[in-house]
Design a protein around this ligand. Sequence first.
Ligand code: 13P
Length: 255
Amino acid sequence: MRKALMAGNWKMNKTWAETVVLAQHISNQSTEQWSDLDVVLCPAMPNIKAAYSVLEFDHAPIAVGAQNVHWEESGAYTGEASVGMLAELGAKYCIVGHSERREYFAETDEAVNKKAKALIAGGLIPIICVGESLGIRDDGSFIDYVCAQVRAALAGLEGSNVAKSVIAYEPIWAIGTGRTATPEQAQEVCAAIRATVAEMFDTETAEAIRVLYGGSMKPENVAGLMEKPDIDGGLIGGAALEAESFVYLVNACLD
Ligand code: 13P
């Protein structure tokens, strides 16, 4: 049985002080039952340590993640941060290949692959984002497109590491739009992602890797999505910026 994973991607939101407040509110509402799943907060890079400190002080069953990383250990890469630097801040996870990074910062499949490899080598868990635009959805080639992203991201990795990694299916047309994929649409692609992992590695790896859905996940639609066999959790944007809605989404994953 795969452990559910609920991750909040705060994107470029919340100041240092607001990060402390939100992390504290979420921590206050967490329960021991949250240890049955993995809960992750991904604040903006400068605020990772702030969130980590709050959660660590409380011994909260909540981990911290980053939203981006560079694959080199150090060097002349102005504006970037390495895996080791993120680990020092307390990060256990890191999002890579988010569609916003692919679109606005020209993050390629090759870069996603290098980042995933570097994260695994450094002991962090990559949350690898894939997903199609509305144009690709409408022309019907979305399964091929998403599975090609998965193949590129996981190329050259070992199955044992892939098993511990996370893939997030985030259709671009559902991000921040309020237009969620239906549970059936999300399940179809998440199942295809798992089948791709089985083809590349083996059934055991495919059964172990966690596949999340992301894109306007909220209290009204979480139950329907989580019912689906190949959806193991969520990568949540807007609804992760309020403690109440995020806590609701996490609790919805508990039996
Ligand atoms: P929303 O939940 O705001 O649609 O964002 C999804 C997302 O991009 C998470 O990474």
